[in-house]
Design a protein around this ligand. Structure first.
Ligand SMILES: [Ca+2]
Ligand SMILES: [Ca+2]
Length: 399
């Protein structure tokens, strides 16, 4: 920059030297040249653009809702470093059967997502029905009541397996008590028992008897087969012969569940039936009953806790003895006057159809034998009755 004090102005700022019209005189020294113009001040540089503000980081993802009891996951960190929201109510558990909001989310029992293992049901029916209960009916005999339904109400089956009644065969022992009466004897006046008999006569069981009719003319004789009488056979067998009846399945009825709130109307919050149990809930009472009047529990199921086996057999009896053999003998004598059966006799044996010849016959004496052999026919025996469930309880279940 120039200092203004260094600038020396001439007489005129327009003369470049002495006047051209002056003569002779030395020209005064020329004035100083004008000062150069001051250079323009340079333009101020434009301001720099303001840097863009950094994008705000996205919000962190909301943490997953904590599972029942688990600590919720920490939310993902946002792009700009924001910390994600803290996860859901981890670590707090909703008791689904206490009527209280245990997790402070304003969702009580069945309302709370943690209670997905429960559901709302109508309360147990009034009157003499109890419940609610759940039940298992199937082939696994080891099934017992689960923790959510801890009280065993009944155990048994829904039906009974029992074969039709069977019986051992009916049989009869040997004949006892039979007797043999003296047989009818026939006599001929002709030899060799030929033609029609002249007379017939049955001797007494003991003692000698004179022949009646044309005694002195009777020359041939024959004894009929004696008829045994009486006697009997002891009966045996004909008894029930069954394997023990069993339940067709294994049934368990379980109650005692803790019931909560969070349902509409008068419904209650109940645990779901245990895995493998029938997917329904029931009310129950002892004995038989109808489910017609306790809607919505309209489906009837009978559970039997015992079995009555009423299978039996008709009586085993034995018929009259048959084929009993008598072993008596008859002695025939000539003497017909005093019935003493003296002298040489001719013997006729029971069951012997031989014809006695050789003399005239006047008296006879029967020597009774014993009844042997024979048999009795057993009666037919058939099974009766059946086996059935007893001590039943009735369940009425939701359809
Ligand atoms: Ca609760
Ligand atoms: Ca809750």
């Amino acid at each position: 920059m120039l200092d203004i004090s260094d600038i020396e102005f001439g007489d005129t700022t327009t003369s470049a030297g002495g006047s051209a019209a002056g003569g002779g005189g030395a020209g005064a020294h020329g004035g100083h040249g004008g000062s150069g113009n001051t250079g323009n001040t340079g333009n101020t540089g434009g301001s720099g653009n303001t840097g863009n503000t950094g994008n705000t980081g996205g919000s962190g993802n909301t943490g997953n809702t904590g599972g029942s009891g688990n600590t919720g996951n920490t939310g993902n960190t946002g792009g700009a470093g924001n910390i994600g929201n803290t996860g859901g109510s981890g670590g707090m558990t909703e008791d689904c059967g206490n009527g209280v909001d245990d997790t402070n989310d304003n969702l009580v029992d069945c309302e709370d997502p943690q209670c997905a293992g429960s559901h709302c049901i109508a309360p147990s029916a009034p009157g003499n029905w109890s419940g609610p209960v759940v039940y298992y009916a199937g082939g696994d005999g080891s099934v017992t009541c689960p923790p959510e339904w801890p009280t065993q109400v009944a155990v048994g089956g829904t039906a009974v397996n029992a074969a039709p009644p069977a019986c051992t065969s009916c049989s009869c022992g040997s004949v006892t008590g039979a007797s043999c009466a003296a047989p009818l004897h026939s006599f001929w006046t002709a030899a060799d028992c030929s033609g029609a008999a002249t007379t017939t006569q049955t001797p007494p069981q003991t003692g000698c008897v004179a022949l009646s009719g044309a005694a002195s003319l009777l020359v041939s004789a024959r004894a009929a087969t004696p008829a045994p009488s009486g006697g009997s056979c002891g009966a045996g067998g004909g008894l029930p012969n069954n394997s023990a009846p069993t339940f067709a399945d294994h049934a368990v009825v379980c109650g005692g569940a803790q019931l909560g709130a969070g349902c509409s109307g008068s419904d209650v919050c109940a645990p779901n039936p245990w895995l493998g149990f029938e997917p329904t809930v029931c009310v129950w009472r002892d004995g038989g009953g109808s489910c017609n009047q306790i809607a919505p529990y309209s489906v009837k199921v009978s559970i039997y806790q015992g079995i009555n086996d009423f299978r039996d057999c008709t009586n085993c009896t034995c018929g009259t003895p048959t084929n009993v053999t008598c072993s008596g003998t008859t002695l025939l004598y000539q003497d017909s006057t005093n019935s003493t059966c003296q002298g040489t006799g001719v013997q006729l044996t029971d069951n012997d159809s031989a014809c006695a010849n050789g003399t005239t016959f006047g008296s006879m004496e029967y020597q009774a034998g014993t009844a042997t052999g024979g048999s009795c026919s057993p009666s037919s025996v058939s099974g009766t009755g059946n086996a059935s469930g007893t001590d039943d309880i009735t369940l009425c279940c939701l359809p």
